[in-house]
Design a protein around this ligand. Structure first.
Ligand code: PLP
Length: 299
């Protein structure tokens, strides 16, 4: 398997862009979800847990990753899924279908109930229902996840002046920040609206050489438009590198736009982390097809 294949592009002003293919590190547990689960799975084994319980939305990369990791490592898995209407739509949802085939049991809850996901009383109720389990928070975001993401950056990466990644919960960028070199700037592209993220990152990150860019969320989490789909397809045609519409596509759109608008100093050596997420393309394409819109090409 190809690990850390880096692909370079040359731009004007001696700016180079490398892409670290974290999407290739595992066939099913893609990119940063693999990194985030690594130490959590070890901890769950150490604590002799037999069940993993976690939370996620309809097309969650994290749900798919936990389901497969559970199957591969002999844990039962339970997914608390946001949206009780989804229960009758499993067969129209490639992510949930995949998770179910891996053996994940679902509990579908309304958005209101889901919002209690880190509330002790709610967790206690889940323990009463399912028995003892190892709890992985939504998106896999905890300190063990950050520790796993610190391993994305290696010594060779000290040559780069900027490291870019996409942001959901902020765990991945926290790991990148902690592992970064002081001459580097870590730039996070937010995939959702809201400015709570900086606080979350400050909880885990031990350095301050980072910046968030929130101009490329395309209207919010899971929102896309034709410009983004065309960018992803164009990028794929030219590079053969697939990007997902929720995270990496938005980041790459942002990086290219910022290079073109002069944001990066001359001679910048940019490293973009491809955090994976490609399983989400199928679900997005089903939606686009229903609406008779241009789909994301995967070959
Ligand atoms: C989950 C995910 C992210 C966001 O990672 P956080 O650690 O939650 O910030 C980014 N990219 C992809 C492809 C993801 O699946």
């Amino acid at each position: 398997m190809v690990v850390n294949q880096q692909i370079a592009f040359q731009f004007p002003n001696e700016i180079t862009l490398h892409i670290k293919r974290e999407d290739l590190i595992h066939p099913f547990i893609s990119g940063n979800k693999f990194r985030k689960l690594k130490y959590n799975l070890l901890k769950a084994k150490e604590q002799k847990k037999t069940k993993l319980l976690t939370f996620g939305g309809a097309f969650s990369n994290h749900i798919a990753a936990v389901a497969y990791a559970g199957k591969e490592n002999d844990f039962q898995t339970i997914g608390i899924i946001r949206g009780d209407e989804l229960e009758s739509q499993i067969f129209e949802n490639p992510t949930l279908q995949f998770a179910q085939e891996c053996g994940m049991k679902f509990k579908f809850v309304s958005r209101d109930v889901y919002n209690n996901k880190s509330n002790d009383f709610f967790i206690e109720k889940l323990i009463n229902q399912y028995g003892d389990f190892y709890l992985i928070p939504e998106g896999g975001a905890n300190s063990l996840a950050v520790k796993g993401c610190e391993e994305i950056i290696t010594e060779e990466d000290s040559q780069f002046s900027h490291v870019c990644c996409s942001i959901g919960t902020g765990a991945t960028i926290s790991g990148l920040i902690n592992a970064s070199y002081l001459h580097q700037k870590i730039i996070g592209f937010t995939s959702l609206k809201g400015d709570f993220l900086s606080e979350d990152i400050r909880k885990f990150a031990v350095k301050s050489n980072w910046e968030l860019i929130s101009d490329y969320h395309f209207g919010g989490y899971g929102k896309i438009n034709l410009d983004l789909v065309r960018f992803i397809n164009n990028f794929f045609e030219r590079t053969k590198i697939p990007l997902d519409p929720i995270y990496t596509g938005k980041m790459m759109f942002g990086i290219v736009d910022l290079i073109e608008s002069g944001f990066f100093p001359n001679g910048s050596k940019i490293l973009a982390i491809h955090t994976g997420g490609l399983q989400g393309i199928k679900g997005m394409n089903l939606y686009l097809k229903k609406k008779n819109l241009e789909q994301i090409k995967t070959q």
